[in-house]
Design a binder for this molecule. Structure first.
Ligand code: PLP
Length: 380
């Protein structure tokens, strides 16, 4: 059975060149990057090279990059590192749980939290953020690209509004990095989260870009690593892999790759729309990542469809999470004013740089057969 992986927003395979960049740092070139001897200096050089590679991808200064254990830690560090009891925090309703649950925890510690909605097209409007700002607002956190729909958010306009009220601006760019150009200067934000495994780098490593001058407190106490911003011996192989993945993402972005990827995604959507009735693309009218298709099938349960597709070798993701026997519909789709039934019938297909045209044709045919069969069983 041919297997087709269309769940790249969950994780991506590590590219062979990235594995090669990591390999020596477990073995012949191992070392603690804080040690003064040759082993340590070699490891330190790898960490600093990676810092430069990631800074180049983001158009940032290397000294502003803090390596972390991934996107979740970067988001937590940004929020907990800036906010204290009595502060006001603004997040959007469509954030990843790494931001939403951190915001909830801060709420329990006396931080006032406002959740700004998105509009029906899935966009968080700068005007909505502006209305929520108060003189006590210390941080605004809105993601650059949504993980479920791929919808891109107007970060520079939101950052301008935040700065107008004296607040800092954080953006979770975990899904955007490696798929669209991410330039911290153009975005105008102050903090930005990155994750390795969403851009063909390793799992368990990421970074927080912190603009020079942002008064961020470190969450982790220990040694003076990462200029006292993140204690703990650096994950040298992981960081070397993240650096290589960033360098490869930069190269990819300069070529025809993103346009090709978008062509494949558009073709996938077009085949489904042509072959099936009762199909809609969630967020179709907004600017989206080139790799993400969030497809709504009338009369279909996403969880059932995801399982049926898996049995045919196609990996996709349901928009809902099954927790303790109850199906919770996607907070992102609900924020876009979809009904529960519409959200329950939505499946995310996310392509990677390695997805081929043949895979798209195969997967689309399998989806069409599965949806047709599920609908006919329901009608019977
Ligand atoms: N933020 C977004 C938008 C994500 O999609 C994810 C992962 O799904 C994360 C944060 C968490 O990143 P990590 O898996 O590196 O902790």
């Amino acid at each position: 059975m041919q297997r087709v992986y269309l769940d790249a927003n969950a994780t991506t395979p590590v590219l062979p060149q990235v594995v090669e960049a990591m390999r020596p740092y477990w073995q012949e070139r191992f070392g603690n990057a804080s040690a003064v001897h040759g082993f340590g200096r070699g490891a330190r050089a790898a960490v600093e090279d990676a810092r430069e590679q990631l800074a180049t991808l983001l158009n940032a200064r290397p000294a502003e990059i803090v390596f972390t254990s991934g996107g979740t830690e970067s988001d937590n560090q940004a929020l907990f590192g800036l906010l204290q009891t009595g502060d006001h925090l603004i997040v959007s309703a469509i954030e990843h749980d790494a931001v939403l649950h951190a915001a909830e925890a801060l709420g329990e510690r006396g931080v006032e939290v406002t959740r700004v909605p998105c509009d029906r097209s899935g966009v968080v409007q700068a005007g909505a953020v502006r209305e929520a700002l108060t003189p006590r607002t210390r941080l605004v956190s809105v993601m650059l690209a949504n993980n479920e729909t791929g919808i891109l958010q107007p970060i520079s306009a939101i950052a301008e509004a935040a700065h107008g009220m004296g607040a800092w601006m954080h953006t979770d760019a975990v899904q955007a990095c490696g798929k669209v150009p991410v330039n911290v200067q153009a975005l105008g934000c102050d903090l930005l989260s990155v994750s390795g495994h969403k851009m063909h780098g390793p799992q368990g490593v990421g970074a927080l870009w912190v603009r020079n001058g942002v008064p961020l407190r470190s969450l982790i106490y220990g040694g003076g690593h990462e200029r006292r911003r993140r204690a703990g011996t650096e994950n040298v192989p992981g960081i070397a892999g993240l650096g290589k993945a960033a360098a490869m993402a930069k190269e990819y972005m300069l070529g025809s790759g993103p346009a090709h990827l978008q062509g494949l995604r558009d073709r996938f959507e077009a085949i489904l729309l042509q072959a099936l009735t009762g199909v809609e693309i969630n967020g179709r009218l907004a600017d989206r990542l080139p790799n993400t298709a969030n497809v709504r099938f009338a009369g279909v349960q996403a969880e059932e469809l995801v399982i049926a597709l898996d049995m045919q070798g196609v990996a996709a993701s349901g928009g809902s999470a099954c927790q303790s026997g109850t199906i919770e519909t996607s907070h992102v789709l609900r924020a876009m004013s979809l009904s529960d039934a519409e959200a329950r019938g939505s499946v995310r297909f996310s392509l990677s740089r390695l997805t081929t045209e043949e895979e798209i044709e195969t997967a689309a045919a399998i989806v069409i057969t599965a949806v047709t069969r599920m609908r006919s069983l329901r009608a019977a």
